[in-house]
Design a protein around this ligand. Structure first.
Ligand code: KIV
Length: 284
């Protein structure tokens, strides 16, 4: 596996996350799309701040993750990078950016040059992982539900046969150089099996309690949208608070309650007197 930062990315190393697995310490990952949220996440002690392609559906108003471009990702990666001082920073390779091993290297290097510590690729792309490892770029794999590949949100690896196939693919990606594996929307028992069979950490989303860490979409954790998912715990109600704040602002402007005395600046008495005299002179 590549040792993080070798290709010029941030300063954090995937080996730190692997040591956490070895020590039985759970890894907390959150998606992040902007500067202020990055600052909060670092303050909160998030282990991995993840600029994910779910920026498309959560922030950009796209219908589908597949609409997200390299330009979109670069814009948000730069914003998040400005807010992250020392936390491990992961960037998602968007749809179509890894269609060949050469394209994967070229696009991953753009993220690494902007300060990503590692990149995540969806799907079973063994040759792309090998090419990235050969260039010293740290990588995360992502199996189970792959929103860039699968339509809908149906449980994956729900039979013994498909679970065994998932384990074999996970092992092959580890062998190809992946340093961490995200597992999405699979039964808890399968998450446990993959986690025990791999030496690299597994990070679950809707994959049960037994993976080495967890990742959630920050908008779901904060309650920013109206989406309801079984795997999510809403730790806040941002959308309720935000809507209420905006409704009160509009009402205050309409009735002249905003701005109030606290928000205004006044002329000094001397300047006011001069201005009033000037006004009298100028009036017909
Ligand atoms: O884009 C995303 O939000 C993801 C999840 C695994 C967190 O890739």
């Amino acid at each position: 596996m590549a040792d993080g930062g070798g290709a010029g990315g941030g300063a954090q190393r995937t080996s730190t996350l692997q040591a956490m697995k070895g020590a039985g310490e759970k890894i907390a990952v959150l998606t992040c799309y902007d500067y202020p949220t990055a600052v909060w996440q670092e303050e909160a002690g998030v282990d991995v701040i993840f600029v994910a392609d779910s920026v498309g559906t959560n922030i950009l108003g796209y219908e589908d993750e597949r609409e997200v471009t390299m330009a979109d990702m670069i814009h948000h990666l730069k914003a998040v990078r400005r807010g992250v001082k020392h936390t491990y920073l992961l960037a998602d390779m968007p749809f179509g950016s890894c269609d060949t091993p050469d394209a994967a290297v070229e696009n991953a290097l753009r993220f690494v040059d902007l300060g990503a510590d590692a990149v995540k690729l969806e799907g079973y792309k063994v040759e792309a992982f090998e090419a990235l490892a050969a260039r010293g770029i740290d990588t995360w794999a992502h199996l189970g539900l792959n929103p860039q590949i699968h339509d809908g949100r149906r449980l994956k690896a729900k039979t013994a046969t498909t679970a065994v196939r998932l384990v074999k693919r996970a092992q092959a990606l580890q062998q190809a150089g992946a340093g961490v594996l995200v597992l999405e929307l699979i039964p808890e028992e399968v998450g446990d099996l993959v986690t025990r069979r791999l030496t690299i950490p597994t990070i679950g989303i809707a994959a049960g309690r037994l993976t080495d860490g967890q990742v959630l979409v920050v908008a779901d954790v904060l309650g920013m949208g109206d989406r309801e998912f079984r795997h999510v715990a809403r730790y806040s109600e941002f959308s309720t608070a935000g809507r209420e704040a905006m409704r009160r602002y509009v009402a205050d402007v309409r009735v002249g309650r905003f701005p109030g005395e606290r928000q205004v600046r006044h002329l000094s008495a001397r300047e006011l007197a001069v201005l009033e005299a000037e006004e009298v002179r100028a009036s017909p």
